[in-house]
Design a protein around this ligand. Structure first.
Ligand code: MRU
Length: 343
């Protein structure tokens, strides 16, 4: 069963990651025992997805403590290494939050940090199960009895989390209830998390799906071929504005025009109440080569420059529902994340 997919695991000595850069061609594991190797894995998306980054960042503090001991680092060198992990990618708030959560345990040593990181990992898996159930209930209450055609963008599955998935957790739950007709999987240019990773997960889970070009998404929604869109999130501002993989905002616009629900599924740890709105969310800009080349060969003319934001922000008014592990907020109808909506 797909529950066996563990993108991030602690071996006792270091992190064991599924190398997501080589899927679906090969399922390879990556053992990480140094801060340099972890930062590199995060930057090149060997480990990726907001909740998985949070867990990797938390275990990363244990890796830093072990390396500090082996190599005789002083406190300043250790602090700099932990900061490097925390800032390896800027948009997913979970990465910094994971590091910050375990940091108070550093005084008690690497094992204490790893134990707290493991608690975060276990909470994430439990939370994803709850997100799946809440999301499926909410969607089914609005879509009636027919088997659903669901659209998703990027990968918010087991690979992007500690297990099960957020948006794909909702899809798995709908499938378990016999309510999935098909999943439209946006390929997710330029790094193809949809075509490579979401399709890999759905294939293993036996969920029917179609991979489509990102450019096909709006037309499919407007032609009435989709009943609901469900995506994950990297950071959600206090007003409900939601940062997710670039292309998400376009899907939301199409859903609003077609009058179908646009659902964001994410753990509460992805909500950043210090960000008032989407303008306060840092958007990662990646290397221009990712959009100027294909499979190592240049596709744009010499001299062309690239614009490569990894994420976009969907305004709260376009988000029908935010599904977290504690329930559902109907964002565009006026309920936005705040302390009173989370115990
Ligand atoms: O650049 P990535 O692959 O890390 O982007 C991931 C996404 O945008 C996901 O949708 C998001 O992190 C939610 S993962 C449950």
């Amino acid at each position: 069963m797909e529950g066996d997919v563990r993108a991030v695991a602690w071996t006792g000595e270091g992190l064991r990651l599924i190398d997501q850069t080589v899927l679906p061609e090969r399922l390879e594991l990556l053992d990480v025992r140094t801060v340099g190797a972890l930062v590199d894995a995060i930057r090149r998306l060997a480990v990726r997805g907001a909740p998985a980054l949070g867990v990797a960042g938390a275990f990363g503090v244990a890796i830093a403590l072990r390396q500090a001991e082996r190599e005789g680092w002083d406190g300043a060198r250790l602090d700099a290494a932990i900061a490097e992990i925390r800032e390896a990618r800027p948009t997913a708030v979970n990465l910094a939050a994971g590091v910050d959560r375990v940091r108070p345990f550093a005084a008690d040593g690497a094992d204490a940090v790893a134990a707290e990181a493991q608690a975060l990992l276990d909470e994430d898996v439990r939370g994803n199960r709850a997100i799946g159930a809440y999301g499926a209930d909410w969607i089914l209450a609005r879509t009636g009895d027919r088997p659903l055609r669901v659209l998703t963008h990027c990968n918010a599955g087991a690979l992007a989390t500690a297990g099960w998935g957020t948006a794909l957790g909702v899809v798995r739950e709908l499938h378990a209830r016999g309510r999935i007709r098909t999943v439209h999987v946006d390929e997710t240019r330029p790094l193809l998390q949809g075509a490579r990773l979401t399709a890999w997960e759905l294939e293993r889970a036996g969920v029917p799906y179609l991979v489509q070009a990102d450019a096909a998404a709006a037309g499919a929604v407007l032609r009435g071929l989709v009943d609901v869109a469900v995506i994950g999130a990297d950071r959600i501002a206090a007003n409900g504005d939601t940062a997710n993989k670039v292309g998400s905002a376009g899907v939301a616009l199409a859903c609003a025009d077609a009058g179908i629900p646009f659902v964001v599924a994410a753990p509460w740890s992805t909500v950043d109440l210090t960000a008032r709105d989407g303008a306060a969310i840092p958007i990662e800009e990646r290397a221009e080569d990712e959009v100027l080349t294909w499979d190592g060969a240049r596709t744009a003319p010499e001299g062309a420059r690239g614009f490569n934001p990894a994420f976009d922000v969907t305004p709260a008014r376009l988000v029908s529902a935010l599904v977290t592990e504690t329930g559902v907020l109907e964002v565009s109808a006026g309920t936005t994340p705040n302390r009173s909506t989370h115990p």
